[in-house]
Design a protein around this ligand. Structure first.
Ligand code: MN
Length: 484
């Protein structure tokens, strides 16, 4: 179970009685957090920080614990911040700074100097905030009485993002082959990706996978087919072609497990030994939270896995998508987003159908794929690009809509959406910002979630939505040297 460590700050100037009360309050609060957030994390209270040594011990424990997704701090009394410096230098987990109090209301009739000295988060949390800011450590500050719903909600959102960051720091990404020839945006600095996000991006020969595919038994294919037919409707008579995909599915499962891989990328220009492009197999695997990037796009593969982890337990769909084509009817502009095959099954609003149809690219046999219409509702479209000096995350608010008319001849899954604030500004902003044609669409996550991820990972963040104006386009269009 994921853990969130709760570290409370104080000092020994006010005596043992005071520290006993601090510990008691902290325990009561921890119990409350576990009651409210226990389905997501176990909140574990560490010894009260009263000097540099306890701080180092606490934050070292958090940093070395693989189950720990983050640290929540709160200064019950005044905790002089120099005693936090060395501990904070050892902190390698996302930090939530909870600015709260043990008491909700001020006891006007009874308040005395003892009460004021004991309950001085207004004082202590500012001291703590200073040292965190001074040290340049990213923090999420949540302010308010800890029992209030909005505070619990904000902590809950932090937990989702922190869980995703912890996942990211352990993520291994496999690239079968390199990038699709000549494509720019799918490329990127894999060394920086590992330094900043933890992604271990490594190359694997497609032959390694083909070897596993060739070893798959008929019984294993039968089992995978049973899995597919329990979830999806079989629309084709070409069972042999579907069994071929089932074989890829079995082999991919083994490959991912054997190598501890959480995301992978391939390119249709390097699929030697495969009869079909992996369609159905990959669509199904993405539905289980495994990241995938086509055309060698390791970034969107890893990023989609991270965002699927962030969305875990929430209502809605999250997955990889590719911008394809528009309906430019004036005032009613829509985008049709899809891929040549690999649209994650998580986007299905109708029961997916398995079909086998020709594919005009790749030079392989007709691949089996899942076809369905996409989900509707408010969502976001997010991408990550490498600007040469840094990574940039772009997040656009979108509205996923029902396709206005059937598309009986389009043999792939698809979603449709409306751009915000409108087509002209929304898509122009995306282009000015350098946004990729590969992205992650989510109806489970919000702009705030992605903003927090960007903040905690120190990534440049650009948003597009109803608050984007023509004037913003000029700012985005300005050469980088003219901006900060
Ligand atoms: Mn593409």
């Amino acid at each position: 179970m994921d853990k969130l460590y709760f570290v409370v700050g104080s000092q020994d100037l006010y005596g043992d009685e005071c520290l006993k009360q601090v510990a008691k309050d902290a325990e009561r609060m921890t119990a409350f957090f576990n009651e409210k957030l226990g389905s997501k994390v176990k909140v574990e209270l560490l010894p009260t920080v009263v000097n540099s040594e306890t701080c180092i011990a606490d934050l070292r424990q958090a940093s070395c614990d693989d189950e720990c997704i983050g640290v929540m701090t709160w200064m019950h009394t005044f905790s002089p911040a120099k005693m936090w410096i060395k501990g904070l230098q050892e902190l390698r987990k996302p930090l939530l700074h909870l600015h709260t109090q043990a008491n909700e209301k001020l006891p006007y009739d009874d308040i005395d100097m003892d009460f004021m000295n004991l309950n001085q988060a207004a004082h202590g949390d500012r001291e703590f905030g200073f040292i965190v800011a001074r040290m340049g450590i990213p923090q999420q500050v949540v302010a308010g009485y800890y029992e209030h719903d909005d505070v619990i909600e904000k902590i809950s959102k932090f937990i989702d993002v922190a869980r995703a960051i912890n996942f990211s720091k352990h993520l291994k990404v496999a690239s079968f082959g390199n990038n699709m020839r000549e494509v720019a945006v799918t490329d990127g600095d894999r060394v920086e990706s590992q330094i900043r996000y933890g992604w271990e991006c490594n190359y694997f020969a497609i032959g390694d996978l083909v070897k596993l595919i060739n070893e798959v038994t008929e019984a294993e294919i039968d089992a995978k087919m049973a899995e597919y037919t329990s979830k999806y409707t079989m629309k084709t008579d070409n069972v042999a072609a579907v069994r071929e995909q089932a074989k890829y599915g079995v082999a991919l499962d083994k490959f991912l497990a054997q190598n501890g891989i959480g995301a992978f990328a391939d390119t249709f220009q390097d699929l030697y030994g495969l009869k079909q492009l992996p369609g159905l197999a990959v669509q199904d695997i993405m539905g289980r939270g495994i990241g995938f990037g086509p055309e060698g796009d390791y970034k969107i593969s890893a990023f989609s896995a991270v965002l699927m982890k962030m969305a875990e337990g929430r209502k809605g769909s999250t997955g990889f998508i590719e911008d394809y084509t528009y309906d430019l009817t004036e005032g009613k502009e829509l985008e049709l987003a899809s891929h040549m095959l690999e649209v994650p099954v998580s986007f299905a609003s109708t029961k997916p159908e398995i079909d086998v149809l020709p594919l005009g690219i790749g030079g392989k046999e007709d691949p089996a794929r899942l076809i369905f219409d996409g989900v509707e509702g408010d969502g976001i479209q997010v991408t990550m690009v490498d600007m040469g000096t840094h990574f940039r995350i772009i997040c656009a608010d979108i509205e996923l809509v029902k396709q206005p008319k059937p598309m009986p001849k389009l043999p792939v899954a698809r979603i449709m959406y409306r751009h915000k604030p409108n087509f002209a500004i929304g898509t122009a902003a995306w282009c000015y910002a350098g946004g990729a044609h590969h992205s992650v669409v989510s109806t489970a996550l919000t702009r705030e979630d992605i903003a927090l991820f960007a903040k905690l990972t120190g990534t440049e963040f650009i948003t597009i939505g109803d608050d984007t104006t023509e004037a913003d386009l000029d700012k985005l269009a300005a050469p980088r040297c003219c901006r900060h």
